[in-house]
Design a protein around this ligand. Structure first.
Ligand SMILES: O=P(O)(O)OC[C@H]1O[C@H](OP(=O)(O)OP(=O)(O)O)[C@H](O)[C@@H]1O
Ligand SMILES: Nc1nc2[nH]cnc2c(=O)[nH]1
Length: 190
């Protein structure tokens, strides 16, 4: 049997000393606001909604039931962090199976940080012939390392320039299921 990377006790300690940033109700309201804005802009465009695995699972799963118009759902898997807290090169693990040529695409992710992931995915959608590409992130983390000019079309909550987890975002592969957004303690970042 493989030994888990972190024990439940270690994760309890990480959570206990993390700084709470947004609670469950703030997340719920942010998703409601995002869903309303997405519906206003994209209803009638019959879009392909692409979740960026793995972090999009929570925001995507919570947004979809609030979108009351025709859409298809698929996923894309590109990662820069590989369970680490430091980003590296973008690695493609899965490309969408739905043909994107001529389609409106909405890319949904948990967090926009430096933006290399989203920029790479938007470019991939355009290369595949998408007619229009929109982006939605639950969390925006403004910072000076951001790909110049990159911003999400729809975003929910802002966080400071710290390593954050919860609401789909991982701490070393764990804690995506925490119903709140937390900044890891500096000693837990490295
Ligand atoms: O704006 P960037 O600096 O490029 O970072 C944002 C990306 O980082 C995280 O993905 P990660 O590679 O950690 O994979 P995950 O979704 O499995 O957590 C997150 O889900 C975004 O996709
Ligand atoms: N979990 C998590 N993933 C990220 N990817 C880019 N920045 C972050 C972050 O702060 N937290």
């Amino acid at each position: 049997m493989q030994t888990p990377v972190l024990t439940a006790e270690q994760l309890d300690a990480v959570l206990a000393r993390a700084e709470p940033l947004h609670d469950a109700s703030a997340i719920e309201h942010a998703l409601e606001r995002m869903a309303a804005a997405i519906e206003e802009r994209l209803a009638g465009s019959n879009p392909v909604v692409l979740g960026v695995m793995t972090g999009a699972i929570v925001p995507l799963g919570r947004l979809l039931p609030q979108l009351g118009f025709a859409l298809e759902v698929d996923y894309i898997h590109a990662t820069r962090y590989h369970g680490s807290t430091v980003g590296r090169d973008l690695v493609w693990l899965a490309r969408p199976q739905t043909p994107l040529r001529g389609r409106t695409v909405l890319v949904v992710d948990d967090i926009l940080d430096e933006g290399h992931t989203l920029a790479g995915i938007v470019q991939e959608c355009r290369d595949e012939g998408a007619e229009a590409v929109f982006t939605a992130v639950l969390v925006d983390k403004p910072n000076v390392r951001r790909v110049p000019g990159l911003a999400a079309d729809f975003s929910g909550l802002e966080v400071p320039d710290r390593y954050v987890f919860g609401a789909g975002m991982d701490y070393r592969g764990y804690l995506r299921n925490v119903d709140g957004i937390y900044a890891a303690h500096r000693d837990d970042e490295g």
